[in-house]
Design a binder for this molecule. Sequence first.
Ligand code: XIL
Length: 382
Amino acid sequence: MKIKLPVMAALGLASIGHCAEPQPTLKEAFQNYFLIGAALNANQFSERDSRGAAIVKAQFNTITPENVLKWEAVHSEPDKYDFEPGDQYVKFGEKNGMFVIGHTLVWHNQTPRWVFRDGEGKQLTREALLKRMQDHIQKVVGRYKGRIKGWDVVNEALNEDGTMRRSLWLTIIGDDYLQKAFEFAQEADPAAELYYNDFALENAPKRKGAIELVKKLMAAGVHLKGVGLQNHDRMDWPTSQQLGDTIEAFAKLGLQVMITELDVDVLPRAARPGSADVSLKVAGSTSMNPYTNGLPDSVQQALAKRYGELFSVLIAHHANVKRVTFWGVTDADSWLNSWPVRGRTSYPLLFDREGKPKPAFDAVMKAATAGDSKAPARTETQ
Ligand code: XIL
């Protein structure tokens, strides 16, 4: 029997574009575990991509802006802020009752060169750069005060060996640049949740560095609420053990843990596992782009299994996982079609190029159901 649309809505069911049968959604399946979300591009939150927007509204209850709130996008010149896309993004989230995230305030990438120089092209002093950072944070966080609920304040401050990345933020301001960024964000919106976000923290040396870093921030008294694990994953990285241990290591410090940029790459490896260094560029070749005509069934099934395993780990640790966000909605939108090799055909998400749920979607839903049967639904909110 076909269920009519209003009835489906009443049952909390949604049909995903193509299929007539109603299908439970991700946000329903994970309601007892964590928020579930996606990073959106401008076509999605403006609803020019109506199919993408429909998937987002049906499936997710939290969103992250993929690019529009990065420094180069929102503040491309010293006296020029462009808030139009950001405003539209936040409105989309509010209209749809979503937990709206801001990404990101202080980063070494997608930040214009002028940020670090004066009018004559000379490198700024510590004081001048701090002032510039403060102005930027005040303007951007202040604009969305009370509306953007959580901010990735600093992104990717660490090297792979756990030492501090020698970005211009570090070399000009010094070690305390993170503390300052958090203080400025806190001043601009005392109620917003503030996060440190990075990739590959599942690798022991980098995790150790991150633990030291967040302990230092906490000792300095800043309002650090949580740590974002990007999770640009591969089929064999991170292991379940690495992921579980990393979640617990940060939770033990009293921090929330979020999976902030989840995708799983099945293409031939072109970067160090877990790396998400956006400045990396690798030359392409046919062998680096093997699935231009579709994903072989064996790989499709392996990807589904991998997603199922990852979600079993996240569910097992759900008491300490506040949110799980995918980095994109459909495979067509993913940044992995152009990073680190341009022009590849990538398959890292739960929805295919037509916006249809993939076997990986079913595997993730199944992991939620299996979790439900093990643990009774929790009544308190996380
Ligand atoms: C990526 C976007 O997806 C791309 O569109 C952009 O060209 C480069 O940045 N880690 C992060 C994200 O924190 O902001 C990056 O997003 C992916 C890696």
